[in-house]
Structure formats: structure tokens, C-alpha cells
Design a protein around this ligand. Structure first.
Ligand SMILES: [Zn+2]
Ligand SMILES: [Zn+2]
Length: 363
């Protein structure tokens, strides 16, 4: 599993990609170029709002319910910032100014998640190898839940469709305090296959984790908040933000309707890159002010995978072109309402909890 995998070259895939790309470019020419500016405004407003909520929370140390509420609101702002600004930045779509890009990525570090390793996980691994076991680090998760259909579930995984409900809320707690550490320090992590982590990044990661714990936990305690409330407010915030983030992040890939292709004997993915994106990614059928303006049109996920360098501000129109092209050319474009996608995710957990039948491929 460790040698590099590649997509099979496929003339029809290349043809479809070039044709679709030119149709998308034609459509983009008709759209207002100023939409990206709105995201730049958000890149200032959302961090400002986060800091304002934090300072207000510190001024409400004596009013514990208000303190909790403000911390939870910070959790919501984190997810909006992550989806609409940080994700856009990591793909190089927000700004050509490298200082602005660095500043936004440092903001992610201040939110407790290491930006260096997330960029590698998301851009290098998830975007290049969506839904491929052993390569897609976004789907790797903690290893407790079996997302991939291949192989046997271990003892406790046979109950994963029951206990996931207690585990998923811990998603961000795990990310901030465990997952980043493992990626930096544990040699069996997927990310370590492709990069050699510089020593300075390790030091930066530890410093930012320290800053995060200091301002989120220690400062309120120093100002007089009881330790138990400081701790529970942070956990509540990370649980709320974690559930919100997971609903957005899991539904476009990890469900029973999507494929989880394996490389063949020559370490290549037979369907080719273009078709692989359709087989492993679905859209979520929502389109409202919040998803458009605060969630980076993340639900138009196939458009993002096919054209990660086109700003998310244009994803609805890009999707329209993809959908029409897919219909004309018999490509498996799929979109599901949110609740249906969540149900399909649950069915995937349930299916993967069952022992494999003996005729299935032995991995
Ligand atoms: Zn992305
Ligand atoms: Zn994705």
C-alpha cells in the first residue's frame, strides 16, 4: 500500500475533462467577477467576530450561561470561517497576496487546528485520492469507525452504527488535541507517506496548541471562572462545532451510494481521475443564503473536486454546467437532500459493521 498510486490514463476521461472545462470557462465569463470580493470581506469580518465574541465572553465571566452561549457561538463562527474562508485560502483562491494567505492560515492555527498538516491532508491527500483507502486522510479519521467497505470489522466495529452517535461529537476535540499530534509524531500515519515534516513546523504546532489552551482555558480561569466551567465551555464549543462540521464534511463522500475504489495490481485506479470524482463525490441539494455566503457552497462538492482552483463563489453555476454535461454524456452526477445523505452515511456505517461475505475480495 505504500508505493505511490496513480490514475489510469484514459482518452475518454481526458476528452470529457477538457470539454467540460471549456464549457465551465465560458459560463464563468458571463458571471460577475466581484463575487470573490465578498469572501475577502468575510475573511476580515469572521475572525473579527470570533475575537469580539471571545472578548465579550471574558467580560461575562460572572454570568456562566452567557459565557457558555458565547463560546458556543464562537464554535459556529469557526465552522463558517473554516468552510468559507480557510478552505478557499488553502486552495489559493482567496488572494494572490502571500501575506494575507499566511495570515488566514495562522488564524486556523489560532483556532486550535494545525494549518500546515491540514493543508497537506486536504490538498495533497484528500483532493488527489478521495475515498481511496490508505490515501484519503480526511476519511481516515481515528480508525475507530470503519468507513471503508473492505476488510473485516473488528469486534467493537460491529456496533459502530450504534456508538457513532457518542463518538462523532468528539470530532474536533480529537482533531485539536490528538489527531494533529499523531500526524506529526506517529510514523504509521498516512500523511507521513508523502511528506517529511520540517522540525520548525513541529515547534510551531506545539506553540500554537499552547496558545490555544492558554487563551481558551487558562485566561478565563485566571479571570475567575471556575475550572470546571472553563473546561466544559471549551468542550461544549468543540462538540457543537464538531457536529456542525462533520455534517458538512462527511455527507459529500462517506455514504453508501459512493464508491471506495481500490488500486489494481499495478497501483493504478482503473476508472481514471475524471470518472473517479463522479464515483466518489456527491452534492447536497441545499442552496440558501447561509450555504452560499457562510459555508463556501461546500454542498456543491463535485464542482470543487473537479475544479478546486475555481472560487467557491461560482460553485452553483459551475454545478449547473456539470449537471447538464453529465446528463448529456451519461456521467453519474448525484445530489441528495441533506437528510437523505445522512441516512446514506448511517447505512454505510451499518453495512461496514457486518462481517464481509466469503466471496468478496480479500484485502
Ligand atoms: Zn478542498
Ligand atoms: Zn471532498
Amino acid at each position: 500500500m505504500n508505493s505511490k498510486i496513480a490514475y489510469s490514463r484514459n482518452d475518454s476521461s481526458d476528452y470529457h475533462y477538457k470539454k467540460l472545462r471549456s464549457l465551465v470557462n465560458d459560463r464563468l465569463k458571463e458571471l460577475p467577477s466581484g463575487r470573490r470580493e465578498n469572501i475577502k470581506i468575510l475573511a476580515v469580518l469572521l475572525p473579527f467576530l470570533y475575537i469580539a465574541l471571545y472578548i465579550t465572553a471574558l467580560s461575562q465571566i460572572d454570568d456562566i450561561p452567557t459565557f457558555y452561549s458565547l463560546y458556543c457561538l464562537m464554535g459556529i463562527v469557526i465552522v463558517f470561517t473554516f468552510l468559507s474562508v480557510i478552505h478557499e485560502t488553502v486552495h489559493g483562491n482567496l488572494s494572490n497576496n502571500s501575506a494575507a494567505t499566511k495570515g488566514i492560515l495562522y488564524f486556523l492555527d489560532l483556532l486550535g487546528a494545525n494549518s500546515y498538516i491540514w493543508k497537506k491532508r486536504h490538498v495533497t491527500m484528500h483532493h488527489n485520492f478521495p475515498n481511496i483507502r490508505g490515501w484519503d486522510t480526511d476519511i481516515q479519521q481515528s480508525g475507530i469507525i470503519k468507513i471503508y467497505p473492505h476488510g473485516e470489522p473488528s469486534g467493537y466495529q460491529r456496533y459502530q452504527h450504534i456508538f457513532f452517535i457518542f463518538l462523532y461529537p468528539l470530532y474536533l476535540l480529537n482533531w485539536v488535541f490528538i489527531r494533529d499530534m499523531k500526524d506529526f509524531f506517529s510514523e504509521d500515519r498516512l500523511i507521513q507517506k508523502t511528506i517529511k515534516i520540517p522540525h520548525t513546523e513541529r515547534i510551531k504546532m506545539l506553540i500554537f496548541k499552547g496558545i490555544y489552551v492558554f487563551y481558551m482555558l487558562v485566561v478565563p480561569i485566571m479571570l475567575g471562572l471556575p475550572v470546571i466551567h472553563a473546561f466544559l465551555a471549551l468542550v461544549s464549543m468543540l462538540i457543537l462545532a464538531g457536529v456542525f462540521a462533520l455534517v458538512s464534511l462527511l455527507t459529500p463522500h462517506a455514504n453508501i451510494k459512493n464508491e471506495f475504489p481500490l488500486p489494481d495490481d499495478t497501483q493504478s485506479i482503473p476508472s481514471g481521475w475524471f470518472l473517479h470524482q463522479f464515483q466518489t463525490t456527491n452534492d447536497i441539494s441545499v442552496n440558501n443564503w447561509v450555504t452560499r455566503n457562510l459555508m463556501g457552497n461546500f454542498n456543491y462538492h463535485l464542482a470543487h473536486h473537479l475544479f478546486p482552483n475555481i472560487s467557491c463563489a461560482y460553485a452553483p453555476e459551475v454545478t449547473e454546467v456539470i449537471r447538464n454535461y453529465a446528463k448529456e454524456n451519461d456521467l453519474p452526477y448525484r445530489t441528495y437532500p441533506l437528510l437523505t445523505a445522512l441516512k446514506y452515511h448511517f447505512l454505510l456505517l451499518k453495512q461496514n459493521a457486518q462481517p464481509e461475505d466469503i466471496f468478496e475480495e480479500d484485502m
